[in-house]
Design a protein around this ligand. Structure first.
Ligand code: CA
Ligand code: CA
Length: 397
């Protein structure tokens, strides 16, 4: 109850058996007093002494969906009610927002009042307490899912992103533990102008079925850090422990060097993805191929554009050629992704070619890294290859 003086409490805010869900964000009188009157189940009533409210002591917490105009008592409640594309604005808290937030796959914007003002960011704090992550992206959030202008603290981790690649801007990201951000292989969130107070950790992904990091210093074994499907280095290819894109890499001579592996997966079995870094090479050379199969990733024979021979088993099957030249001597991350019906080639995180081609032709053979499936002379790769990864699902790089 509110009133203009302690003896006239005339404005009733709520008399429900439940706590009021609305916030009082404007005082009803020039000088406002407030008190509490509570009933119990036996009809007894309790009064608290009225207190005067001083405006300078009160900063209302405002959580508002700008699209619907609806205000909320918690950030999570606002997200739960929101639709994709909505914009939720959170005012600087009188104290911290004690919540663990989950975007629940919704592509919406959650921002502070002024994400570009460091003072606002410092005053808009979400504290995850002693459990979980402060903010979770649990799957399906894309680049237009935006977290903008918050300070995250508490929680076991600051941000957890699984099967999502949201945009996180102007945030100070910390946690009560050592990890500020954790994400799962292949789904790295876009971090812009953030202060990260802790580790950024890539977690294991059970659908990563092979990962040859090529960080060895000697020997003929290329270790697979995902499933232990180690490869064998042939032809005397040279380890480059300092020369890779991610730590070390393998230098191939274009004559007889390559890596062979046991069977990893059959392209006919459905969605899968393959990625690798390369530097160098020449038109017609192959980065990855499959024994008794086709060339998965190669430079086209005339200009060195990324292409794949992974194609439908039927008569309509055709190779897929991009316009992206990969043999220009720079490091490039190349990839092929099939979701079972659509195939796409990626160069440096961007789609370079895509089409629809169902039912890829299968093979139960092992893989070659750095030579074509038929050992043809012009298919041996001359350059460096690094971090070859295979997933048994469609990954967006
Ligand atoms: Ca050699
Ligand atoms: Ca490496």
């Amino acid at each position: 109850m509110f009133g203009p003086d302690p003896y006239h409490m005339i404005y009733l805010f709520s008399d429900t058996p439940f706590p009021p869900s609305e916030s009082v964000i404007a005082f009803p009188f020039e000088q406002t007093w407030w008190t509490v009157k509570a009933y119990d189940q036996y009809g007894s009533t309790i009064y608290a002494d009225p207190l005067q409210i001083y405006a300078e002591n009160v900063r209302a917490q405002i959580i508002e969906n700008l699209i619907t105009g609806q205000r909320y008592a918690s950030i999570q409640q606002a997200i739960n009610d929101a639709h994709p594309g909505d914009e939720i604005v959170v005012g600087p808290g009188a104290c911290q927002y004690l919540e663990n937030i989950n975007f629940k796959g919704k592509n919406l914007t959650l921002r502070s009042v002024d994400p570009n003002d460091p003072a606002v960011v410092a005053a808009t704090v979400i504290d995850g307490g002693h459990r979980g992550s402060v903010v979770s992206f649990s799957g399906g959030e894309e680049g237009n899912c935006v977290l903008d202008g918050f300070t995250l603290t508490g929680g076991i981790v600051g941000i957890s992103s699984r099967d999502a690649y949201p945009t996180i801007r102007n945030c100070t990201i910390g946690s009560a533990g050592t990890i500020a951000i954790q994400f799962w292989h292949g789904y790295e969130p876009t971090i812009i102008d953030c202060t990260i107070l802790g580790l950024v950790k890539e977690q294991d992904d059970p659908r990563l079925v092979a990962d040859w990091r090529l960080d060895e210093k000697e020997g003929i074994v290329a270790h697979d850090s995902a499933k232990g499907n180690d490869g064998t280095v042939q032809g005397g290819a040279a380890w480059q422990p300092e020369g890779g894109m991610i730590d070390g890499a393998l230098q191939l001579d274009g004559i007889d060097d390559y890596v062979s592996t046991e069977f990893v997966l059959n392209p006919a079995d459905g969605a899968f993805s393959v990625f690798a870094w390369l530097k160098g090479g020449a038109p017609g050379q192959v980065i990855i191929s499959q024994q008794a199969g086709v060339n998965w990733l190669m430079a086209d024979p005339s200009e060195g554009k990324l292409m794949t021979e992974l194609k439908s088993a039927g008569r309509t099957g055709t190779p897929l050629l991009s316009q992206a030249i990969i043999t220009d001597g720079e490091w490039h991350r190349i990839g092929f992704v099939s979701d079972g019906a659509n195939r796409a080639l990626y160069v440096d995180g961007v789609v370079a070619a895509q089409d629809t081609q169902t039912g890829l032709k299968g093979s139960g053979g092992g893989l070659y890294i750095g030579v074509g499936e038929n050992y043809a002379a012009g298919t041996f790769f001359s350059g460096m290859i690094d971090d070859v990864r295979i997933y048994n699902r469609a990954v967006k790089p």
